[in-house]
Design a protein around this ligand. Structure first.
Ligand code: ADP
Ligand code: PRP
Length: 180
């Protein structure tokens, strides 16, 4: 039986990486996808595989990614083995751009979108607190917060305005409902 990709999406600073890590830590059956990105390896935060833009282009040309996109002046890729693992039955959680959701739906046997939300005030405070981006870069990320999600996908909306543990508990309860 094929598995499922849990696509975690939402505006910059909403807590995608934090919630993904919480889900993987709390649920031994859910695996965490490690992205490839041209972001500086020393940037901190998310654990990812850092490559140069040239290497990223080579990898994409060689079919190393099942999904890839550009945002914030950076390139991001999901390794092709992720698609193979889901086809083989794995349940994996990945941080995706909202712009690649239709492509993810077309490629993967099953996708559920975990859409995280937070108020603009929360987003601004979290990005400033994270300290990974400059003030102009934070402003550009906040301007993208309202990016629309495609219709017609299985989607779970969860607020991450409150404590992280509460968000993780609610997300897991809705991803893995207990059947009587
Ligand atoms: N529920 C929460 N409460 C308080 N701080 C949070 C919460 N979720 C995430 N954060 C913090 O907010 C910042 C942005 O979180 P991050 O996971 O990097 O978001 P994203 O991946 O969506 O940009 C980080 O510093 C993180 O520790
Ligand atoms: O099209 P969007 O849905 O706006 O997403 C654009 C990009 O922003 C996020 O990247 P990244 O994790 O580098 O940034 P973030 O941690 O600030 O969200 C997300 O994972 C996408 O790669």
């Amino acid at each position: 039986m094929s598995g499922r990709l849990i696509a975690v999406v939402g505006p910059s600073g909403v807590g995608k990486d934090s919630v993904m890590q919480g889900i993987a830590a709390a649920s031994p059956t859910v695996g965490l996808v490690r992205r490839v990105s041209t972001r500086d390896a020393a940037a901190g935060g998310e654990v990812f595989d850092a490559v140069t833009p040239t290497r990223f282009g080579e990898m994409r040309a060689q079919g190393a990614f099942c999904l890839s996109w550009q945002a914030h002046g950076l390139s991001y890729g999901i390794p092709s083995r992720v698609l193979e693992a889901v086809r083989d039955g794995a349940e994996l959680v990945a941080n995706l751009s909202r712009s690649v959701l239709p492509e993810a739906q077309a490629q993967f046997p099953c996708v559920v979108v975990l859409n995280l939300t937070a108020t603009p005030e929360t987003l601004a405070a979290r990005l400033a607190g994270r300290g990974r981006e400059s003030a102009p870069e934070i402003a550009r990320r906040l301007a993208r917060a309202g990016y629309a999600l495609p219709a017609g996908m299985t989607r779970i909306d969860v607020s991450n305005d409150g404590p992280l543990e509460r968000t993780v508990t609610e997300a897991l309860a809705r991803l893995h409902p207990v059947r009587a």
